[in-house]
Design a protein around this ligand. Structure first.
Ligand SMILES: O=C(CO)COP(=O)(O)O
Length: 256
């Protein structure tokens, strides 16, 4: 938690989900109550094919919708790609950029991620910029060095809290069931906060910094209670509405 920052629990569905899964999820999510809505924002980042379906669901609930990636250009001859403007037109309010799976599978560099974040802003979207060290980097004691370089390279100048979210996702914790200790999370999130403040001043102090990597209902309270953790970016556990809501429920406990 950071005082005065409203937490966000965002679900990244990755390459999962069909229209029926979205409808099922929507029916379940309507049930989340006003008290929880007061405490935490919820977002789902489905595959592009479901952004429109989720933006309909979002009308019935207090959920917001994000994309998982966008092209750095606004339009043009880029078969198979999707622009930030298209995401916005489909009802997204945000877009994830620089997820480690994009960095690994598609060779995305910090420079490319930065250009995508700029494209997101041009389209009026919030950019959720992901950073995180590999297992080898952690073992070599290079975690903060790596995160510092990714922050410097991937976040464009002029970042403002209203349109920027940083997600710290240690690569080795994604989909593995392994998580850093609360102490390690505190160290990295504290470091990210200092870097954001150094570069963006008050805007950096108010930017949400999410933790992602094997967040589950059973570890949500411990992870979300860490200083400078302003929510979660949840992969696998966001696919089931009951687990996703159970993670959000952590805020009922933490903020009571
Ligand atoms: O990559 C993630 C979210 O973007 C985390 O995935 P898991 O929650 O499945 O570990």
């Amino acid at each position: 938690m950071t005082p005065d920052i409203r937490p966000l629990v965002a679900g990244n569905w990755k390459m999962n989900g069909l229209r029926a899964s979205a409808a099922e999820f929507g029916a379940m999510i309507e049930g989340y109550d006003d008290d929880l809505k007061e405490r935490v924002d919820l977002m789902i980042c489905p595959p592009s094919t479901l952004v429109m379906a989720f933006s309909q669901i979002a009308l019935q609930s207090s959920l917001s919708v994000g994309g998982q990636d966008c092209h750095a250009k606004d339009s043009g001859a880029h078969t198979g790609d999707i622009s930030a403007g298209m995401m916005a037109d489909s009802g997204a309010a945000a877009v994830i950029v620089g997820h480690s799976e994009r960095r690994q599978d598609h060779g995305e560099t910090d420079e490319m991620v930065r250009a995508k974040a700029e494209a997101a802003w041009r389209a009026g979207l919030t950019a959720i910029v992901c950073v995180g060290e590999t297992e080898a980097e952690r073992k070599d004691d290079k975690t903060l060095e790596r995160i510092g370089a990714q922050l410097a390279g991937s976040i464009p100048d002029g970042a403002m809290a209203a349109r920027m979210i940083v997600a710290y996702e240690p690569v080795w914790a994604i989909g593995t069931g392994m998580t850093p200790t609360a102490k390690d999370v505190a160290e990295v999130h504290g470091f990210i906060r200092e870097r954001l403040k150094d570069r963006f001043g008050e805007e950096g102090a108010r930017t949400r910094v999410l933790y992602g990597g094997s967040v589950k209902p059973s570890n949500a309270v411990e992870l979300m209670a860490v200083a400078n953790v302003d929510g979660a970016l949840v992969g696998g556990a966001s696919l089931k509405a009951s687990d996703f809501l159970a993670i959000a429920e952590a805020y009922r406990q933490i903020t009571s």
